[in-house]
Design a protein around this ligand. Sequence first.
Ligand SMILES: NC(=O)c1ccc[n+]([C@@H]2O[C@H](COP(=O)([O-])OP(=O)(O)OC[C@H]3O[C@@H](n4cnc5c(N)ncnc54)[C@H](O)[C@@H]3O)[C@@H](O)[C@H]2O)c1
Length: 247
Amino acid sequence: MIDLTSKAALVTGGGRGIGREIALRLAQAGCSVAVSDIDIATAQTTAQELEQLGVKALAVKANVADAVEVEGMFKEVLGAFGTLDILVNNAGITRDGLLVRMKEEDWDLVLQVNLKSAFLCCKEVARSMMKARSGKIINIASVVGLMGNFGQANYSASKAGLIGLTKTVARELAGRSICVNAVAPGFIKTAMTDKLSDTDKEKLSSNIPMQKLGSAADVANAVLFLASPLADYITGQVLTVDGGLVM
Ligand SMILES: NC(=O)c1ccc[n+]([C@@H]2O[C@H](COP(=O)([O-])OP(=O)(O)OC[C@H]3O[C@@H](n4cnc5c(N)ncnc54)[C@H](O)[C@@H]3O)[C@@H](O)[C@H]2O)c1
């Protein structure tokens, strides 16, 4: 049994999808959880679900690509919980298009929301974790950051960058017993993949050794493990949760 009572976590983009599932998993282990999202209504709904599990929960509105809002988010969370043991950088977006048609604004937006956000959040949380000489940072990357994907030059570059960031921050913080890892989901059933046609989904599944898309719960279970004392000697790693797509 993983017991995270007395621990506090922040999950960005926790209003729905994979982030919501991660927040629920952490709360089921007894962790206090702050859910931040650009869409505050969804964050509030998730926070209410967490409270029903008997843990402390907080909903925070923040655009994680904005340095001022990120600073405010950490002030609010640290003010409410007093400490922050676990940070999950989950918020992410896609703006797909083939390279030759991709607009510069779509490149910039995806890099800001998926990569700059994690830099800002890691920087903010590093101070308090270094002081505490412990902490877990988990960045939600993607298998496309490892293998590329048609129509996702911006998204795959942001996720590959996130993996590089993970390894550097892991090296810089390892001496303070802070573990920094990435989880790289494959194709997971969420609002993000609901946009795909049935034919595309079937095509995708046929390329996966396990012949099916994953669930948000599959990703959340990996995050729970990395957030727990069971992973105290694991840092700088990329854990793929993808039914065998990348091996
Ligand atoms: N669904 C998949 O197949 C899949 C695969 C690999 C990786 N991922 C990654 O997992 C993470 C979650 O994906 P999901 O499928 O749950 O997506 P989703 O679109 O269902 O949820 C993303 C959440 O992030 C929030 N968000 C978006 N922009 C934000 C911003 N600027 N500031 C704060 N919050 C913001 C959204 O409001 C939403 O609640 C993302 O980083 C995504 O890249 C997803």
